[in-house]
Design a protein around this ligand. Sequence first.
Ligand code: SAM
Length: 219
Amino acid sequence: MPTRLAPIEERLHMTLPEARIEATQLPGVKDLQLALINADFSTAPLAPSTMRAVIANPAYWAFCWGSGLATAIWLQAEPQLVADKVIADIGCGSGIVAIAAARAGAREVFACDIDDNARLATKINAELNGCSVNVCSDIDELPHHLDQVWMADVLYDRSNLPLIQQIKNRAETVIISDSRVSDLEDEDFEVVHRAEALTFPNLGEFDEFRRVQFFRYQR
Ligand SMILES: C[S@@+](CC[C@H](N)C(=O)[O-])C[C@H]1O[C@@H](n2cnc3c(N)ncnc32)[C@H](O)[C@@H]1O
């Protein structure tokens, strides 16, 4: 494993000592690699103590979630969506959306995550792809005015719903992509894009989670 990936493998080992971090090319995305959990990681039931550790500190950042992957594919096909814009990726995890936006020509990119490990993974993944991403832990640390905010697969936790109003107050455009939420129940948003993608490496998710919808709000 390259030395620069060692710090995030150490973090992964705090909950999953058998797993490894590998730099992996993403399916369907050209020339973009992420340091993620090894593709052949064991999906066997975890020992109760390991399970408790994983629940307490889930390594979401060690996977590229379906909505993040679908966003990267869309931005590669249509870079003009973000070109020359100041954007933020909320709930960045591995940093996939931030990195895809930077690679598509966004002028300045911010990535925000409450998880310290995700922020470290995003920094390392940005370096791996030769791009510049500003990382922060709270949306209050973001610039007051952003052209766009992207948020991919963050609404699995319904307690994050209030984030929607907070980000609407800060950006001209908000694009929420989600594989778990079929109706955002906010009339200010319209579905502007649909795609199919699964979390990578494969988590063995149900097929219904393959459908990703992109909801857009424009001020
Ligand atoms: C399922 S992962 C998705 C990661 C990435 N967007 C992707 O598509 O691969 C959700 C991420 O959102 C982060 N998160 C959850 N609630 C958050 C909040 N209120 N503010 C910022 N990040 C949050 C989690 O720590 C996690 O990294």
